[in-house]
Design a protein around this ligand. Structure first.
Ligand SMILES: [Ca+2]
Ligand SMILES: [Ca+2]
Length: 365
């Protein structure tokens, strides 16, 4: 896999208020390219989470992560802001009771099982936010009510979002029947722009991708199994790359598994543009995204039978080494003109050396 073109410089940024979440550590990370040409063009909004600085246990509130229903959530009540108490936590990989050891995960990881599921979204586990949000021109970082802005103050809209993470089974020697977790580019509420399911099937770990690409039936999931029979004894890496293009039906989403491109598809934008529920609930505009949602939903078994898998409690998957980035990708020769190329990148995040290279990148076959 092509390495990410960045070194990491950590800076502190303030976080926007989020009325649904408690106050949390105001930390974000930004990386810079080593071969910077000028201050604006070389900045890339990128972060990596290894969890090694996290405390064990409760996720919510650590380094801008949000998990209102994760471990430590209060009991369910009528006034409680969450729907269930999920088996999501920061775990100690070296605990003597664990069956696994993955050196690349070091000591601490995000552990999730679907022992508990619900039909809710905003109480599930969300990663820290990127400094900028990503989406097409009319993408919304605000809640449908307009009261909550999930963006970090000062960010600007970018047209590319990507995330890469590793996951592994905590029971390498056997199947965990019914185990499944979905990861989605999101913003912090119910809105998602894509869907990648990781599941444990009898013949190994499986990755399933869902898009909503049929304008005539935009509520339908179109499922693709992008990888299967993956070895449970080792971690696997998934990368999702999203290019948001203005207008419906044209976003480009790539899914990589263990460094190989496995699927080229599209986003969920048509759900927000065309579907009656999508328009009603989200105002007819797709959400801007700036983080990943890790969800154990009662309605997420699209390709796999079953629902909650209580026997996976305390086990499930571990997730680690999450990288997230947003930047501006060149989408037209017009955008490359004059000095426009200086602020743009190719889909790998590389800056252009000159306008001609920028032009070439947008010449489709
Ligand atoms: Ca780790
Ligand atoms: Ca679009």
């Amino acid at each position: 896999m092509k390495p990410w073109p960045c070194v990491f410089l950590f800076v502190v940024a303030s976080c926007a208020s989020d009325a649904t979440a408690p106050i949390r550590a105001p930390v974000s990370t930004i990386s810079m390219l080593g071969d910077r040409r000028d201050a604006d063009a070389s900045l890339i909004d990128s972060s990596i989470t290894t969890f090694e600085d996290f405390s064990f246990g409760v996720i919510d509130g650590q380094y801008d992560w949000k998990s209102l229903g994760g471990l430590g959530a209060p009991a369910i009540s009528l006034t409680s802001p969450h729907c269930a108490v999920y088996d999501h936590e920061i775990t100690d990989n070296l605990a003597s009771a664990n069956f696994y050891r993955f050196h690349e995960f070091e000591r601490r990881s995000l552990r999730i099982s679907n022992a508990v599921t619900s039909g809710c979204y905003s109480d599930q586990t969300f990663s820290s936010r990127t400094s900028n949000v990503a989406g097409q021109a009319n993408a919304q970082s605000r809640s449908p009510s307009g009261r909550i802005d999930y963006a970090i103050v000062g960010g600007t809209l970018q047209n590319h979002f990507e995330a890469e993470w590793s996951f592994a089974s905590t029971v390498p020697g056997a199947q965990q029947p019914g185990l499944e977790v979905v990861a989605s580019p999101a913003r912090g509420d119910d809105a998602r722009m894509s869907w990648i399911q990781m599941a444990d099937l009898p013949d190994g770990l499986t990755v399933i991708f869902a898009e909503r690409s049929n304008p005539a039936s935009p509520g339908d999931f179109i499922l693709s199994t992008v990888a299967r029979r993956l070895d449970r004894h080792v971690p696997h890496t998934i990368k999702i790359s999203m290019d948001f293009v203005d207008g419906p039906g044209n976003d480009v989403v790539l899914v990589f598994v263990d460094g190989d491109l496995k699927h080229t598809g599209t986003s969920w934008e048509n759900y927000y543009f065309y579907d009656a529920n999508g328009k009603l609930n989200f105002g007819g505009a797709p959400p801007a995204v700036n983080r990943m949602m890790f969800r154990t939903g009662s309605d997420l078994h699209r390709g796999i039978p079953g629902d909650a898998a209580p026997a996976t409690r305390g086990h499930g998957f571990v997730f680690d080494n999450l990288r997230q980035a947003t930047f501006m990708v060149a989408t037209s020769a017009n955008a490359c003109k004059h000095t426009g190329w200086r602020g743009l990148r190719d889909t790998n995040g590389e800056l252009f050396e000159n306008q001609r290279r920028c032009d070439r990148s947008v010449q489709k076959d």
